[in-house]
Every structure is written in C-alpha cells, then in structure tokens.
Design a binder for this molecule. Structure first.
Ligand code: ACO
Ligand code: PYR
Length: 538
C-alpha cells in the first residue's frame, strides 16, 4: 500500500527567532538551514526579508537547499494594492519559490489590531495570495489565530481561509497562535475545515506550546486530515515555543499509525542525524541541551534504577520504547544511589573494565558511590570520575602524582588604562616520580583576558607533571558548572568540569567541598588523572 505524503515545514529561522533572547546571525542561519536540509525537511522558512538586516542578508545570499526555501511576510495593508505594498514587495523581492504570508482570520483581530472591516481583510488576503500566485510562486497562507477565531466566529474564520484557498494558496495553515487550544479541539476544528471544502492535502497545522500540547495538537490535526506540519527544531519559538519538530519527526517515522501511513520525506537513515541537528541548535544558542528532551536528550535512554538496568542487560526493549541509535542517541547506565550491581557491571563494561558477577569489589564500589552521593557527589553525568573511583577500588589506578599543596589568589587592580581588571595566580606543588615540583600560573589567556582562578589552578597543575606534561598539552576545560547542594546535613559546593582534548575526547568530572576552590580542584584532579590514564602515558 502506498503511503500518503505528509509535509514537514520548519520555521526555526523565523518563529524560532521570535524566542526571547534568540537572535541568529546570517552565518548561524546558514548552518541551521544546512542541518535541516540534511535531515530532509520539505520547507525551510528563512525569515522575513525586509524586516531586519540579518534576514535581508540571508535572503540575498540564499542557502543552496533541496528543501523549498520560503520567505515569510504579511498580507498587504488596506488602502493600497498588493503591487504597491512595500512590505510585501520586500518579501517578493527575495525571489523564493515559496512565500508564506500571515493574515488575520479572527474577527476580533481584524477589527481591533488592524482597525479595518472584515470585508477589507478578506480582500487583502485574497489579493495578496493572488499576487504571489501571479508571480509563479507557491503561496502559503498562515491564518493567524485561526482556532480562537473559529471558536468566536466560525463563519468569518472560514471566509478568510477560503479567500486564500480560492485565490490559489497551495497551503492554508491553521495557526493556534496563542497556543491555548487543546488537541481534541484542534482535531474537531481541522475536520470542520476539511468538511467546509478545503482538502486535507491543502491544510497545514501550526501550533504553539503554551499548554505543552503543541506536538499532541499537531498529531491531532494530522489524525483529522491535515497534511503539513509546521514546527521548529527543539521546539524553539515565541513564548513557550512551537511544535517540536525534533519530537514530531521521530514520532512520525517510528510510531504507528504514522510510520505505516505516511511518507514524510525524511529517511530512517537521515533520522540517525536527529541528535546532531538538535545539539547543533543548542550549541549555536549556547544552551545546555535539555537532558530530558524526548528522543534526543542525554537522559532519554539513561537507565538509572537497578531494576531497569538489570532488565536492560537482558533485553533493551524491556525499558526502551525505541532503539536509541535510530535517532542517533545512545543508551547510558548511569551510576548513582539508585543503582544495583547490574548498572555497575554495565557501566564498567562501557569503560572497558570487565568484572565478573559476584566479585566482592562490585559491592564495595557501590557502597563508595552511595556514600559519596550522600556527601553531594553525583556520578550520573560525571562518567570519568566514576571510572576513576571504580578503578581505584579495583586496584587498577596508579598514583601518577601526589599533590602536596596548592594556593590560589584573586586580585582586582587597575591596569595601565585605569580600568579595574581581575587576575588570579595559582601555585601548585606536586610530587612526581619522587621529585617535588612547584608550578605557578596566571589566569590570563593568550589574548590577555582573565579566565578566572580555576583556570589558573588547572594551568598550574598541568604545567609540570614531569613525564605526563606532554600528554596534557592538548587538554582544555570546556564547561564548568557550579551548584550549591546538600551534602549530609551541610550545604556544599558541587563542581562539574567538562574537558576536551585534541583527539575529540570529552569527559566530565565532579568535585565536592564546602569551598568552591577545593571542589574545583577535586574535579580538576580527576580530569587530569583520567586524561593521563587514557592517553597511554600511564
Ligand atoms: C503570529 C506571528 O508570529 S506573525 C510573525 C510576526 N513576526 C514579526 O513581527 C517579526 C518581524 N516584524 C517586524 O520586523 C516589524 O513588525 C515589521 C517590519 C514587519 C513592521 O514594522 P512596523 O511597520 O514598524 O509595524 P509594527 O511592527 O509596529 O506593527 C505592525 C503593523 O502591521 C499591521 N499588521 C499586522 N498584521 C498584519 C497583516 N496580517 N496584514 C496587514 N497588516 C498587518 C499592524 O496593524 C501594524 O500596523 P499599524 O502600525 O498601522 O497599526
Ligand atoms: C503565523 C504564526 O507564527 C502564528 O500564528 O503563530
């Protein structure tokens, strides 16, 4: 049986950019567009040409895409022709093969926001769409506030979208602009639209996530017959976001009845790039990826509790709804106070440490982990610290060096331009191969910027570790997270450090202390020990 076509329309670069605090550069727009194109979405809405210099520049230097590159704008204003509306002209001049115009479908908005009559608005919608079609472009009509408008005045909401459809719109996009419509109502209204004479393969859905139902609402619209879904990567978008395409794409490809019913233009092979696309956006936004994001989160396939991990080892489908690899994700069995020996053996095996069932060291390691977690440590994400702890208990971790003492000072002072600047200085004394070594480092990087006391400590610690110094040269601290947490009855500081090396390895370590410098040093020591252990210098 041939499958029906369901189209995926991405608006990360337009509605996603309407997120508070998000402003893509032109180069970032290119990067995101390429990632979306590799995934295989049908439409990429690039922004609003003419609305701001970045969007205009992006449309001047268009990305080369397989997807239909789409310009967004609004219907013409009343009192002028479509040909003479300069905002619409800016959109048309971008020269894209598809043009999506937002227009009013809610009588209240026509009368209150635009201050024109319903008939004038209908005319504006029809003439604007006609203008696009006459120019040989594909027209999409974003019917703003359609669902609220339908509930308030169904006749007018339908009049507005029929005006667009009759004028030649390829797609009538039903927008839940304020995001307050629940899935069942979305389904009912989409069915009413189709019954009114607009075929489902011309109906698109555009939902917002203000009730956490944007994905469910989109699926309800598809169930009711809509054949295009609009959304954004990671659900980025105005206020609480848009329908999350990252989730929808995986659901449509992997879940029934959608997987059998639809061809969404994205292959199962491309789906394995989903995590990569999602992380790329987070990287660009400088956001920490949402660990619990469906399908793509780092915890989406993390099996923490002992009962789960024990069953997972027998058959992963016991606690996994899909194979993590199908979306480019990976299973993890984190260590924690919820873990049993099954988690532990699996985690050890992942770190290349084989320990037979029943080995008494397993119980010892578990005990140490549970005790340290009670002090404030966490081994869920600090996998490198976990590995060191386990190897230490198994007698498999050599003492590469011994720290005798360390000190860090932070100074605020005026520089030669009379500006207050900070400078940290760290002193570390270590014993390596029987020899005592003292190293001093400052916090300034090669550009003269202050990188802070922890960086000074890291540099001093790695500076002279004898025969290990060489292998530490390509190591960098890439993330540093500090949290005040409860350790026993006292509040303590927990530091998690992410490190990277020239071979692309990335590892996380944890340190805990009442003192932030000690907690940082604790995490740094693990980071350096892990690197030495894994670089072959041991
Ligand atoms: C639901 C959505 O997400 S729609 C997408 C919204 N996206 C954006 O607004 C981002 C880009 N927008 C912009 O940069 C600017 O709003 C511009 C350049 C488009 C317009 O800027 P300005 O001319 O300064 O207008 P401003 O933003 O203050 O107000 C919008 C105007 O468009 C009118 N308008 C709003 N929707 C429509 C429409 N569908 N058709 C015609 N006119 C409209 C408003 O009535 C208002 O006109 P008024 O000032 O005469 O009352
Ligand atoms: C057009 C649009 O983004 C909306 O109505 O939400």
């Amino acid at each position: 049986m041939s499958r029906e076509r369901l189209y995926i329309y991405d608006t990360t670069l337009r509605d996603g950019q309407q997120t508070q605090g998000v402003q893509f550069s032109t180069a970032e727009k290119h990067q995101i567009a390429q990632a979306l194109d590799e995934l295989g979405v049908d439409y990429i809405e690039g922004g609003w040409p003419g609305a701001n210099p970045t969007d205009s520049e992006f449309f001047e230097d268009k990305p080369k895409l397989k997807a239909r590159f789409t310009a967004f704008g609004m219907t013409k204003r009343a009192g002028r022709s479509a040909e003479n509306d300069e905002v619409l002209a800016g959109v048309m001049n971008a020269g894209t093969s598809s043009v999506c115009l937002v227009g009013k479908a809610h009588d209240f908005h026509v009368e209150t926001a635009l201050g024109i009559t319903l008939a004038e608005n209908t005319e504006n919608v029809a003439r604007s769409i006609e203008h696009i079609v006459k120019a040989g472009r594909e027209a999409l009509f974003d019917a703003e506030h359609f669902f609220d408008g339908y509930k308030a005045n169904p006749d007018y909401a339908l009049e507005a979208i029929h005006a667009a459809y009759n004028a030649g719109a390829r797609w009538v996009v039903l927008c839940d602009t304020n995001g307050g419509t629940l899935p069942q109502e979305v389904g009912d209204i989409v069915r009413a639209v189709i019954a009114s004479g607009i075929p489902g393969d011309h109906v698109a859905i555009h939902t917002h996530n203000d009730t956490e139902n944007a994905v469910a609402g989109s699926l309800a619209a598809v169930d009711a017959g809509a054949r295009q879904i609009q959304g954004t990567l990671n659900g980025l978008g105005e206020r609480c976001g848009n329908a999350n395409l990252t989730t929808l794409i995986a659901t449509l490809l992997l879940k029934e009845p959608y997987a059998s019913q639809f061809d969404i233009g994205i292959t199962r092979e491309a789906l394995t790039g989903l995590v990569k696309a999602s992380r790329l956006l987070d990287d660009i936004l400088n956001r920490v990826p949402h660990r619990q994001a469906a399908y793509v989160g780092a915890s989406a396939f993390a099996h923490k509790s002992g009962l789960h991990a024990s069953a997972i080892l027998k058959d992963p489908s016991t606690y996994e709804h899909i194979d993590p690899a199908s979306v480019g994700n990976a299973r993890i069995i984190p260590m924690s106070n919820q873990a049993g020996q099954s988690n532990l053996r699996r985690r050890l095996a992942d770190a290349g440490i084989a320990v037979e069932a029943g080995n008494p060291a397993l119980a010892r390691i578990l005990e140490v982990i549970k005790a340290r977690e009670a002090e404030g440590y966490t081994y869920d994400s600090a996998q490198a610290s976990f590995e060191l702890l386990a190897r230490r208990e198994l007698g498999e971790l050599p003492a590469f060096f011994e720290v005798k003492r360390y000190k860090v000072t932070v100074e605020r002072r005026k520089n030669k331009y009379n500006k207050m600047v900070s400078l940290s200085e760290a002193v570390v004394v270590v014993k390596v191969d029987g020899e005592k070594k003292l190293s001093v480092s400052e916090s300034l990087d090669e550009t003269g910027s202050d990188r802070g006391p922890v960086n000074a400590l890291a540099k001093a610690l790695a500076k002279d570790l004898g025969r290990y110094s060489e292998v530490l040269a390509d190591m960098r601290l890439v993330d540093f997270k500090v949290r005040i947490t409860q350790g026993g009855t006292e509040a303590v500081t927990r530091v998690i450090i992410d490190s990277e090396d020239g071979e692309g390895r990335r590892w996380s370590t944890v340190g805990v202390s009442a003192n932030i410098v000690d907690a940082s040093f604790d995490a740094l020591l693990d980071a350096i020990n892990w690197k030495i252990l894994h670089c072959g210098a041991a």
